[in-house]
Design a protein around this ligand. Structure first.
Ligand code: FES
Length: 157
């Protein structure tokens, strides 16, 4: 089974390389495509991408580490990112974070046991005058308070 999965991922990555090419510029779109499908980029996938693009696996790892939307490890089906930059901090981020952690029973940096939600902090989302702000997958929510944040998360499947 594992061999089948590896072969399947190998074939998929080869297909992505055919689509995006073997140049360095192809690295990010290939990683984004893998992330989109699997929610993370495994060590095996990183090595395969490096092999096809003829770059060192460390380079692939560094790109994944640099971008918050790319993950080395399996995450939840939904990624919740709460802004921890200054404006949101001043407008009540800590109370929102506390309510979310209490509601989900996990800390930021963790994933719920059912893999429904991963909690992360993020830098400024560009909504500084409407904070506290958080991103749930691709949707931004502003002017949060603890109750509003918990309600939003209760609707995430
Ligand atoms: S400081 Fe939070 S959105 Fe800018």
């Amino acid at each position: 089974m594992l061999i089948y999965e590896k072969n399947s991922l190998e074939a998929e990555i080869a297909g992505l390389v055919e689509t995006y090419g073997k140049e360095r510029e192809a690295l990010l779109p290939i990683l984004e495509a893998i992330q989109k499908k699997y929610n993370y980029i495994s060590d095996f996938a990183q090595q395969e991408v490096a092999k096809h693009l003829q770059i060192h696996p460390v380079e692939v790892y560094s790109v994944i580490s640099f971008y918050a939307f790319l993950n080395h490890d399996p995450k939840g089906r939904n990624i919740v990112r709460l802004c921890q930059t200054i404006s949101c901090t001043l407008s009540g981020k800590a109370r929102v974070a506390e309510a979310i952690e209490k509601e989900l029973g996990i800390k930021f940096g963790e994933t719920t046991r059912d893999r429904r939600i991963s909690l992360e902090y993020t830098s400024c989302l560009g909504m500084c005058d409407m904070g506290p702000s958080m991103l749930v997958n691709d949707t931004v929510y502003n002017r949060l308070d603890p109750q509003k944040a918990v309600k939003i998360l209760s609707e995430v499947k």
